[in-house]
Design a protein around this ligand. Sequence first.
Ligand code: ZN
Length: 92
Amino acid sequence: MSKHSILCGSCKSQAKCVANPGPGDKVTCSGCGREDRFDDVMKSVKDYVIHSMAQSFDRSFQRIARGSKFLKVTSKSPSHRSFRWTTSNLGI
Ligand SMILES: [Zn+2]
């Protein structure tokens, strides 16, 4: 986890938590003081990562489809969402 910093979804400050946190440990934003349980924070970070991957996939697909006569883009891009917690390291 050391490379993956958790960021507050509201003020983008880095979150603080104990080393090797358990599901019930508190994660606290160093900027605005927002506080959640570690498992809830992880759920939000996971949603954020999945959403970001969907957006980046959608962008590359649109690029490919634009250059093709055979592909038509009918799907809408994933809409912008806000997340309680995000991360600075997506690994994508
Ligand atoms: Zn904050």
